[in-house]
Design a protein around this ligand. Structure first.
Ligand SMILES: *Cc1c(COP(=O)(O)O)cnc(C)c1O
Length: 371
């Protein structure tokens, strides 16, 4: 072939590396010919789909041959009520990942840059690069976001800043007061996107949703997802809350039916399912204790996390350990891609899954003569 077809792609797209998710259970079982593997690799909800969501999905299938409500009327209505915002402030997405990308699509060109922290959620980098905009990566402090340094990194060409609160994969968080101090410093031409994918799990007095600052700071955007505490990862539902003008722009660049009927129905239903949400939070809190005390017993360092996952530091060859865990049917996530080559990220699972992971890890580490 004479022409390199890849050279035809847009410059930003040429620089992209496809996102690598956690390995699916069936894929591992197929590859190894095993059964009973467990996946603690994608921060999914270990409780599985709520019965309330399942019923709503089944009901929505009655209209399965029709296009979804492209404006997501009922979901917006429900969210607006629950969080005391206007429906014109809401944008729905095919997962919050969609909304994050739409922000980049609407506001970033090759002449712009966007600021985010080292070790932050990798989708920011992808969304910025796809637009051929420049990514300004600000060094982390104690694994967390250095908001003062992030504010200082802003220049006339900055259009977006991404703050994951809590952050994935570190599990670190920033206080609401610190977000407010940041907003005071950041000029209005910078849209500050606070990604609250895990906010339901956080139980810290100083933590608060940035929604409460939206009236004062119109350049603030909050994104949320139904994939984690609400257990709808496969359906893909997320949303942004912003000034109506920002919502109007995102609405112009999204696909007309970017959120499907099943996702809409399930999301509406789970917002009322306090029991499921409560159990999600509780099983996560207990699992976090179980894992961190296991790590401590093994003498392993970990980053204290407020999310549904923990980054644990592993001595020695981490790729070999990751592979060995796979062989034994335990899927976790190496996070070298996040600039953390010495950590594994483990999602908090059911008690028996956490135990199996801890036991397998202990066995492998002792076999190699480590801890
Ligand atoms: C999981 C995650 C998301 C988005 O997930 P969706 O399934 O696309 O809604 C967004 N931000 C962070 C930090 C995440 O970890």
């Amino acid at each position: 072939m004479t022409l390199d077809l890849k050279s035809l792609a847009l410059p930003g797209v040429q620089r992209l590396q496809p996102y690598q998710g956690g390995k699916p259970v069936e894929e591992l079982e197929r590859e190894l010919g095993i059964r009973g593997a467990i996946k603690l690799a994608s921060n999914e909800n270990p409780l599985g789909l709520s019965a309330v969501a399942r019923a709503a999905i089944e009901e929505s299938l009655i209209d399965g041959a029709r296009y979804p409500d492209g404006n997501g009327f009922y979901l917006k209505q429900k969210l607006a009520e629950k969080f005391s915002v206007g429906t014109d402030q809401l944008t729905l997405g095919n997962g919050s990942n969609d909304v994050l990308e739409l922000m980049a699509r609407g506001f970033l060109g090759s002449e712009h840059n966007a600021v985010f922290s080292e070790h932050a959620f990798v989708v920011y980098q992808l969304a910025i690069t796809a637009q051929n905009a420049k990514a300004i990566v600000v060094p982390a402090r104690h694994w967390g976001h250095d908001l003062a340094a992030m504010a200082a990194a802003v220049d006339d060409h900055t259009r977006l800043m991404f703050i994951a609160n809590p952050n994935n994969p570190t599990g670190t968080w920033v206080a609401l007061d610190d977000i407010e101090s940041l907003m005071k410093k950041v000029p209005q031409h910078v849209l500050v996107v606070v990604d609250e994918a895990y906010f339901e799990y956080v139980d810290k007095p100083a933590y608060g949703t940035a929604l409460s600052l939206l009236d004062q700071y119109p350049n603030l955007v909050i994104t949320r997802t139904f994939s984690k505490a609400y257990g709808l990862a496969s359906l893909r539902a997320g949303y942004a809350v912003s000034h109506p003008d920002v919502a109007d722009i995102i609405n112009r660049v999204r696909q007309p039916f970017n959120i499907n009927s099943m996702a809409l129905a399930a999301a509406v239903a789970v917002l009322d399912d306090q029991d499921y949400l409560g159990r999600s939070i509780e099983i996560n809190r207990k699992g976090c204790e179980q894992l961190t005390s296991g790590f401590s017993q093994m003498g392993l360092d970990f980053i204290p996390s407020v999310g549904n996952f923990i980054a644990v530091e592993i001595p020695g060859n981490i790729q070999a350990l990751y592979q060995a865990l796979l062989q034994l049917g335990v899927i976790v996530r190496p996070i070298g891609l996040y600039g953390m080559p010495n950590h594994l990220r483990v999602s908090i699972g059911l008690p028996e899954e956490n135990q199996r992971f801890l036991d397998t890890l202990r066995q492998l580490l002792s076999e190699r003569g480590g801890t």
